[in-house]
Design a protein around this ligand. Structure first.
Ligand SMILES: [Zn+2]
Length: 280
């Protein structure tokens, strides 16, 4: 059985035995979204997804993270949550707070920090086995709510998420038929971003990987801030948006209805300009 079929089967059986997951998926069926566009080619969708407060509102300070039980470690996962072993060291799990169709989380078995540099090859292997999916990575200070436990995420592809570089934010695209070449080019991009942020253990970034007709693509979004100023405002000026890979690609997650109703294209431009690192 191929991995995509195995995942479909995992979703059908997990929905029967795990209520939180079936509720999450049902909510996704009638989720509200609205779209902004710039010219004919650039578009951004905003999704009102209140369940994502678990991630958007997450306090990722080192002290807070050390205090809480890690929800990606096997010992603390929900009892109903079952997974599929991948590469002998990862487990593929259904995400009970989905943003995308077939939203999965893929943690390593071991509790090791979120660092992509040596794992981009695993990300590409996953993309290769899941041609209908896009695989995404949130850096420890760029949207990950578990910066202490390495994990990837994935979900079914949609056009809004496959956009490369545009006028709103930077995106470095790496494309090749050769996986090895993609890995080498990623290392160059990684070094370049790190040079610009030598103080960071890992430079701030988000990555999206997918394959199309056996060709590998990586979209790397260099970041200069974890969240924009809107997040820390009070009252009417506040927008509780904490961008990760999907937001950078073109799907912004809003967890409060008031933010979803009031957000304008100018705010979208402003959020991107505050969190995206310009590339020279
Ligand atoms: Zn853990």
């Amino acid at each position: 059985m191929n991995l995509q079929t195995e995942i479909n089967e995992l979703f059908s059986s997990q929905q029967k035995e795990w209520e939180q997951l079936s509720n999450g998926i049902r909510q996704l069926d009638d989720i509200q979204e609205k779209e902004f566009s710039w010219g004919d080619d650039v578009f951004v969708r905003v999704q009102f997804n209140p369940a994502r407060i678990v991630s958007t509102g997450a306090n990722t300070d080192k002290k807070e993270i050390e205090k809480r039980p890690c929800f990606l470690c096997e010992a603390h996962r929900p009892v109903q949550q079952r997974g599929i072993l991948f590469m002998g060291k990862y487990v593929i799990l259904c995400n009970p707070f989905p943003i995308l169709r077939n939203h999965i989380t893929i943690p390593l078995h071991s509790h090791v920090p979120q660092r992509i540099r040596k794992k981009v090859s695993d990300m590409l292997s996953l993309a290769e086995q899941l041609p209908d999916y896009l695989i995404f990575y949130n850096g420890p200070r760029s949207g990950a709510s578990a910066p202490d436990h390495f994990h990837l995420q994935a979900g079914l592809k949609s056009p809004v998420l496959l956009q490369g570089d545009n006028e709103l934010r930077s995106c470095l695209t790496i494309e090749s038929d050769s996986k090895h070449e993609v890995e080498e080019l990623f290392e160059d991009v990684y070094q370049y971003i790190h040079q610009r942020q030598p103080e960071e253990t890992e430079p701030m970034l988000n990555v999206i990987a997918f394959t199309e007709q056996n060709r590998y693509t990586l979209h790397v979004f260099p970041r200069k801030a974890h969240r924009s100023g809107h997040y820390y405002e009070e009252g009417r000026k506040q927008l509780l948006i904490s961008p990760g890979a999907l937001d950078m690609a073109g799907l912004i997650i809003s967890v409060r209805e008031e933010d979803f109703n009031k957000i304008q294209s100018q705010d979208v431009e402003d959020i991107y300009s505050q969190v995206s690192m310009p590339v020279i």
